[in-house]
Design a protein around this ligand. Sequence first.
Ligand code: GTP
Ligand code: MG
Length: 219
Amino acid sequence: MDLTLWQYQFRIIMLGDSTVGKSSLLKRYTEDLFLESINQTVGVDFYVHFLEVEPGVRVKLQFWDTAGQERFRSVTRSYYRNSVGGLLVFDITNRASLDNVKDWYAEVCEHVQPHKVLFVLVGQKSDRDSEGERVVSRQEAEKLAGQMGMPYVETSAKNGQGVREAFELLTRRVYQGLLSGEVQMQEGWDGVKCAATHLQRASLAQPNKGPKEDKKCCP
Ligand code: GTP
Ligand code: MG
């Protein structure tokens, strides 16, 4: 697959308290790596990954990995508005991180009006369940996710369980939203980009190598 060609770009934001494992999830998904000691995020970091949502439809996922620490809040807030999707992450061994999910959700909803961010709730560090360290049950998390109108997935960045599922569920949710009209591309909003402009630019830069667009992108 030629990774420079894509039909859509989705901007996805990672949100949740510090140390729940947002950066570790992205590292696992994009590089298949896990680090026991990983730097706390300062402000916002970028990650990119490509996913084929159906044969011939490639999506460039651009991730904003935000810092959970309160002191970076004013920086991370500025990324909410141009996100089309988000992973709302808590740690199943940390009850406060679940309680705070409601605040993260309320804060985003308030800042993105009139847009909407499609979320998946993620219960991280599921590998620690077997060590008896779980304090949030799956049922409790599923109930909260249901109240907020989003699906729930449990993950472990450490052993990889559920990680691909969480990212792919979110990506397909956004893609379905585009097809159904729930998500709409608009001037001045960068949550979703269609490849038309991107491909045109690529062919201008390489006139002899026209884009091999195998599927039309905009619904
Ligand atoms: P901020 O950048 O401060 O917002 O934190 P973060 O949410 O990005 O957390 P980070 O990925 O930095 O992980 C924090 C700590 O949790 C690190 O020591 C990780 O190694 C550990 N960790 C992350 N994911 C997992 C997991 O799935 N299982 C276990 N056991 N530890 C994890
Ligand atoms: Mg981080």
